[in-house]
Design a protein around this ligand. Structure first.
Ligand code: HEC
Ligand code: HEC
Length: 153
């Protein structure tokens, strides 16, 4: 027992010795060493500025196929959706939509996976932006020859 404890103590002491050997006192305060070598403090960010896209707002998008979740014709980044809160529902729930002059979520959103009809939005529909997305004026990254369903008849 005593022997093991002593051995463990010794290992700890040498670990401390190794660590402090790698970092001489005061080294951190003087300069920051990164994998790229010495870095000026504060380091300047050389990345190009992020492009800010403009949300396309107002009206409604026509759907490209019958089952498509409609695209969102307004900004969404300020509306919190987490385990407890869903701010989309302050405008889109059956109890608020008329007053907020917003389209109400359809009946399908009140049916849970067992087929029960609920008075509150089903858990399977809670995270709206899993299916509904807003649009920006970003240029498409690749060419796309997609044509909406009604035109392919
Ligand atoms: C402040 C009220 C308000 C909030 C909050 C809100 N919306 Fe809307 N939403 C509207 C209004 C009003 C419309 C109708 C189009 C318009 O006038 O911009 C709309 C339209 C939509 C549509 C298009 C429906 C269709 O049939 O074309 C979708 C989808 C949608 N919202 C989803 C969302 C989602 C998802 C959230 C949360 C991230 C959200 N909305 C939060 C007011 C709101
Ligand atoms: C699993 C995917 C999914 C999720 C999650 C979802 N939706 Fe939908 N939503 C759809 C689809 C598909 C439609 C079109 C068919 C329908 O009405 O069921 C739709 C329709 C809508 C419509 C148009 C209703 C109408 O009568 O035209 C609105 C508004 C809407 N959703 C808002 C929301 C909001 C707000 C949330 C979050 C609380 C949400 N959706 C969550 C898939 C989804």
């Amino acid at each position: 027992m005593t022997f093991i404890a002593a051995a463990a103590g010794l290992a700890l002491v040498s670990a401390i010795a190794l660590t402090s050997g790698a970092l001489p006192a005061g080294a951190l305060a003087d300069e920051v060493q990164s994998l790229r070598g010495a870095v000026e403090v504060p380091a300047t960010d050389q990345a190009p500025a992020i492009t800010v896209f403009k949300y396309q707002e107002g009206g409604a998008y026509s759907r490209n196929f019958r089952q498509q979740p409609p695209l969102i014709p307004h900004r969404v980044e300020k509306y919190q959706i987490d385990r407890n809160v869903n701010q989309c529902m302050t405008c889109h729930d059956w109890s608020t939509a008329k007053r907020m002059m917003a389209p109400q979520i359809s009946e399908t959103h009140y049916v849970d996976r067992e087929g029960n009809r609920l008075d509150t939005v089903a858990g399977t529909r809670w995270f709206c932006t899993q299916c509904h997305v807003p649009q920006t004026d970003a240029k498409p990254l690749v060419d796309n020859a997609f044509a909406p369903a009604p035109t392919i008849r």
